[in-house]
Design a protein around this ligand. Structure first.
Ligand SMILES: [Cu+2]
Length: 186
């Protein structure tokens, strides 16, 4: 006669604990940040707006060393109803903006710059004025690495570091530094 299998409540509880620990370990890479995987962000800026403006644009530089292409698929911010990823294109002699619906690819080992007159984040349905030197957290969603929330600095003259040439010091833009003083170096 076979012995009955006795499962004590304590054993069940231990099993659940072990399973929970296992699941946490298993799912941990999902929560690893894009930064620890190798995405780097520089010069995150928002364009300052006049009162009652309904849109603004966001710019930043994304460097990818994650070993695979990362795609910027969406953005969101507390001050805007929605955000889109745009690119600019000449259309009948006029620069127009179009949404990049499939997301913006950042190939491995490359830097992609979202810049004025280039690809940019477009924030629509603003619920407040974006004033110079304010800082807002913007969440970017990348596939496959996940979500990143970064501080964006509001500036009247958004520019990226490499446009300045060699004299640019890292962090100038974030500090609200006045760029006019070294325009002669361009
Ligand atoms: Cu746009």
């Amino acid at each position: 006669m076979a012995n009955p299998i006795i499962i004590s409540p304590r054993l069940v509880s231990q099993c659940w604990t072990a399973l929970a620990v296992f699941l946490i370990l298993l799912t941990r890479p999902v929560f690893a940040s894009c930064q620890t995987e190798g995405l780097k962000f520089d010069h995150a800026q928002l364009r300052a707006t006049p009162p009652d403006a309904s849109v603004s644009a966001g710019y930043l530089q994304i460097t990818n060393t994650t070993g695979q292409t990362q795609r910027l698929v969406s953005a969101s911010a507390p001050f805007a109803k929605r955000a889109e990823i745009h690119y600019m294109k000449h259309d009948s002699g006029v620069m127009k903006m179009f949404e990049i619906k499939s997301g913006l690819a950042v190939p491995d080992r490359l830097t992609v710059a979202l810049i004025p007159k280039g690809s940019h984040l477009m924030f629509m349905g603003l619920d407040r004025q974006l004033k110079e030197d304010d800082i807002f957290l913007v969440t970017l969603e990348f596939a496959p690495c996940g979500q990143v929330t970064l501080p964006f600095h509001v500036t009247r003259l958004p520019r990226l570091g490499q446009i300045h040439g060699k004299t640019h010091k890292k962090g100038d833009i974030q500090k609200g530094h006045d760029h006019k003083q070294h325009d002669h170096s361009h």
